[in-house]
Write a protein that binds this ligand. Sequence first.
Ligand SMILES: *Cc1c(COP(=O)(O)O)cnc(C)c1O
Length: 386
Amino acid sequence: MGANVVPFARPWYGPEEEELVGRVIRSGWVSQGHQVEAFEQAVASSVGAAHAVATNSCTTALILALRLQGIGPGDEVICPTFTCMATANAICAVHAKPVFVDIDPRTYNLDPALVAAALGPATRAILGVDQIGLPAAWNELAELARRHGLALIEDGACALGAEYQGKKVGGLGWPTTFSFHPRKIIATGEGGMLMLNEAELAERARRLRSHGAGVSDLVRHQSGGSINTDYPEPGYNFRMTDLQGALGVIQAHRLEWFVAERRRQARIYDQALAGLEQVETPWTPPGCQPAYQSYLVRLRPECAVSRDEVVRILVAHGVACRSGIEPLHLGPYFRAIYLGLCLPEAEKAARETLFLPIFPGLEEAQQQLVIEVFSRAVRSPTAGAA
Ligand SMILES: *Cc1c(COP(=O)(O)O)cnc(C)c1O
């Protein structure tokens, strides 16, 4: 069988996206404008946030969130090590220092007890991550932040549509970021969004997003040139285009179905793999509804085949998959700074886990093939075993 009989992930688009993007092209206004505004409103109302500020990525949305909290040189920010490099990159981009903390092996998210142990005099913020679309232990993290006077920021890149204690991620009451990269829940090519509850913070985020300008391009354009902008402070160009905004407007309409479809596929994996003693399927803590951006399985000691061998077998049978997340503190850059740092649960998870394909558009026959090939792979005896 050739490569990619089953892809790992694919965005899902219909004729509606083509139509609206076409309309934006024909309108002559392709930079940040009405479509971005409509997309912001759609996401804000869907998650129950007061304000939304679209950006060109989740990384830049995180940079804005850190800037709004005044995080800068000399400050330490707690974050998990079992996450996308972008989480730490955002902290480095504001010249603060990431302090990597280990995960709860059942959820792959920050372990609040270890966060408490990592707090120090320079700690200014906790940047929690809803890894693979499962909300972190936010009650505990929020209580720690409150007790120690720290900012709380949520990297919800993978968790659009997820719920925590009956509320949607993005509407929990602190700054939260989303990603619209094609590997995430909705896809605008590249894109991100910062959800906020305070109007002044949203206003400043909009300014920082656009060179620090006090007036947006659209307002300036609509005034016929009579309004000039001033620049109260230096900013960035983190703007989303209206081409992306148009994709987002339509994708936001599909969000509920996307998440339902991911949950349906996760149930199928859960049931099909439940009988395998070699495999641990994802655990969902009470009160959480994951978005299942990814489906992460762990190989137990009962599995005689190595994780890398299982990945190799899947790929050889045309099933695209990925091995678990490489802990950030083991990467070449951070390893040299945090010499000898050992975060055993994340390191273990990195060795024992892999991602199976999950995305709207994954066909039933494709998912059955994944289940068949994977089940056979984990049950096969090792070469050379007695
Ligand atoms: C994907 C991802 C990001 C980065 O998102 P971009 O939109 O590519 O910047 C950040 N954090 C986490 C947890 C992610 O999974």
